[in-house]
Design a protein around this ligand. Structure first.
Ligand code: FES
Length: 680
């Protein structure tokens, strides 16, 4: 048996015997222990920090003596004096094994560190970015060995990091020589290794050891808003998150109106492409400023977006997406240079990855939700709904996943609602109606108090109540239904029929008065019959999409519902179910996933293998096209009732007894209203 010292690494538990004098970093590499190094063991990057343990480790059968590692050396001393090392830490490339030892690799020294998401779900992101830093010492130029500087840099990367097949574009080559000489032939390169292409590309080069970090942007490019997370590509930490309105709104509120703009106006698609690219540059600059970093350190950008935004970002006319068979120019993922998308704010050689689209109406944003929520790994049947202007819906478990999108329109975002507004301070976001007195109480964004709490008026005041946002209108409609102010067909009752003066006559229909701020110059906030109709259209589209997927799967119930999207995070599950937005499940089976599309973008940014994974998963998802499916219309009509005309809601019935008034004065079951279908 070898008498060489035994080395045990934690937390991995990997162990092996090594000759006395072996550097800890070398032992770690040989065992495949995840210990970071940018400088390749030269004692200058400090990425290889370790914590040796001393004493008795009965679990590992090891006793570690104080002299188990070589003495603290001059390199460590210099680093400690310049930067400071935490007590008990050593540099793994300097400390040598002298006896049996247990060595802990702290999370910050692991290359594949796990980043825990802040969201409710426990999913962690394992760091394995496509672009990494490598420090190399390049042989100096020699007249007798006439090779190019780039060739010697490649040779250094091969011998010091075992990386072969390296490319660099002309703009990088043009700065190579001065940088090499400035760094005395010691340089750090940012090397991008894509998941699909064997060749590695040098994206940036710095003299000496680059310590300014490397960053990436995960961008959720929505029709209404563009949200970005600036992420540290070494630690996975989100340094700043920011969002701006999509400037394409001036060409059309919803996606189809943007497609029409492109159809009606020659060159309209180019205008929209330029507008969104300008906005992305602005966003990149602003977010870098907010995080206090140089935007040129952004070397990667990942995009998730719906198909129309996908095409407009790429500079492809979306006209084919406006008509059957809704053909995408390309549905596969894309790896591009940022320059090709005119993203000039970031590093000129930055790489862009665009997630694959699922179908002509089911975009890369839905693929990102699938990456984040992993329905294909679910034991039970999960329905995942990302609510926006279009609802993207996934239904599946580990046997099969289906996807569709459904044209809900902007009502859930407070648009097309008489007192509607975006979720912003002053918007009513929650509302309760007393079933006996029919009096409302509500909460507005910006205050935790309910309107009947002491101090509400002082805190919010009349001027502080400005309208109703999406979650508020959903609650308002559901509460009206629970309080008997609305019948199952969606008709609002009169003051006489409901017994409350809050029902105001509004032509041939009625409205419910939520708040009257007119005495102090504030708004009069009501829920009108038109508002109810707009919400009915939206919720019917959502429910019909879900039902279509359930039909395809051959089920009439699901095990759980996940509400994704920023909006999904604010929807009350009870109210969504009273409204019949989502299928009947026990309330504790309705969860919120937060911004799952944005999370999917972050995962693809931080972990290059996830890109391969989502490309594989998307290939296996069954796409269901709602626009050409006759059953969709049938489901849509049946879903118009609140909660539903024919589907029973047994779980809902266990917790709520809905009153059953009828306010139909036409006697024919209709209200004279018109229903139309729309694709948002
Ligand atoms: Fe860079 Fe140890 S590997 S300091």
């Amino acid at each position: 048996m070898s008498t060489d010292p035994l080395v045990v690494f934690t937390p991995s538990g990997k162990r092996g015997r090594f000759a006395i004098g072996t550097p800890v970093l070398t032992a770690a590499r040989q065992l495949g222990v995840d210990l970071d190094s940018v400088c390749g063991g030269r004692g200058i990057c400090s990425k290889c920090q370790i914590s040796p343990g001393y004493g008795e480790f009965s679990k590992h059968g090891v006793t570690v003596h104080q002299d188990a590692l070589s003495d603290w050396n001059a390199v460590e001393e210099r680093y400690d004096q310049k930067r400071g090392l935490k007590p008990g830490r050593r540099l793994g490339c300097q400390a040598k094994i002298m006896g049996d030892v247990v060595i802990d690799v702290p999370p910050e020294s692991q290359v594949h560190k796990q980043v825990v998401r802040k969201a409710a779900s426990a999913r962690v992101i394992e760091m394995d970015p496509a672009t990494r830093l490598y420090f190399v010492e390049v042989e100096e130029a020699d007249m007798h060995e006439p090779t190019g500087d780039f060739e010697r840099l490649k040779r250094a990367l091969k011998s010091q990091w075992e990386i072969d097949d390296i490319r660099a574009d002309l703009s990088l080559l043009s700065k190579l020589q001065p940088v090499l000489r400035k760094g005395k032939f010691q340089v750090t390169v940012a090397l991008h290794r894509g998941h699909a292409d064997a060749a590695a590309q040098i994206l940036e080069i710095w003299p000496g050891l680059h310590e300014g970090g490397l960053f990436g942007l995960a961008i959720d490019l929505g029709s209404t808003t563009v949200a970005a997370h600036l992420t540290d590509l070494e630690t996975g930490e989100v340094k700043a998150s920011s969002g701006i309105m999509n400037p394409q709104i001036r060409f059309g509120e919803d996606l189809m109106s943007r497609v029409s703009y492109s159809m009606m106006n020659p060159g309209g698609d180019k205008e929209m492409t330029a507008a969104v690219r300008d906005a992305l540059n602005l966003l990149a600059e602003e977010i870098a400023k907010e995080a206090g970093i140089d935007a040129k350190l952004i070397v990667e950008t990942v995009f998730v977006c719906n198909p129309v935004m996908h095409h407009l970002l790429l500079g492809i006319d979306p006209v084919e997406l406006g008509q059957a068979p809704f053909a995408l120019a390309t549905s596969g993922s894309l790896t591009l240079g940022a320059k090709e998308l005119d993203l000039t704010a970031v590093n000129p050689r930055a790489q862009v990855y665009v997630l694959p689209c699922i179908a002509g109406h089911v975009g890369a944003d839905c693929a990102a939700v699938a990456l984040s929520e992993e329905p294909g790994k679910s034991e039970d049947l999960a329905l995942i709904v990302d609510v926006g202007t279009n609802a993207e819906i996934l239904l599946g478990d580990k046997t099969r996943v289906l996807a569709c999108s459904s044209p809900t329109g902007p009502a859930f975002e407070g648009a097309q609602i008489s007192s509607g507004q975006r979720a912003a301070p002053g918007a009513i976001e929650a509302i309760r109606i007393d079933p006996v007195t029919k009096e409302p109480r509500f909460r507005v964004i910006g205050s935790d108090k309910w309107s009947d709490d002491d101090g509400f008026t002082e805190e919010v005041g009349d001027g502080g109540i400005t309208g109703i946002c999406g979650s508020g209108i959903i609650e308002a409609v559901a509460e009206m239904r629970m309080a008997g102010l609305l019948d199952d067909s969606g008709l609002i009752g009169s003051a006489a029929a409901t017994g409350t003066a809050r029902m105001i006559e509004d032509g041939r229909t009625h409205s419910y008065l939520v708040h009257d701020g007119s005495a102090t110059g504030g708004p009069v906030i009501t829920v009108t019959q038109g508002d109810i109709r707009a919400i009915q259209l939206a919720k019917s589209a959502l429910y019909a999409g879900a039902r279509l997927l359930m039909d395809e799967r051959g089920v009439d119930k699901v095990d759980r519902v996940v509400l994704a999207g920023a909006f999904g995070a604010h929807i009350s599950p009870l109210h969504a179910m009273v409204l019949g937005m989502i299928p009947d499940v026990p309330l504790d089976k309705v969860t919120s996933a937060g911004n799952a599309a944005g999370t999917g973008a972050r995962i693809a940014l931080c972990n290059v293998a996830a890109r391969r994974e989502i490309e594989r998963v998307v290939g296996q998802i069954t796409k269901v096209e709602t626009a050409i499916e006759p059953k969709f219309q049938e489901h849509f009509v049946a879903a118009n009732a609140i909660p539903h005309k024919t589907d029973p809601f047994p779980e809902l019935a266990k917790i709520v007894t809905l009153p059953n008034p009828s306010f139909n004065t036409h006697g024919d079951g209709s209200d004279g209203g018109r229903r139309k279908r729309r694709r948002g």
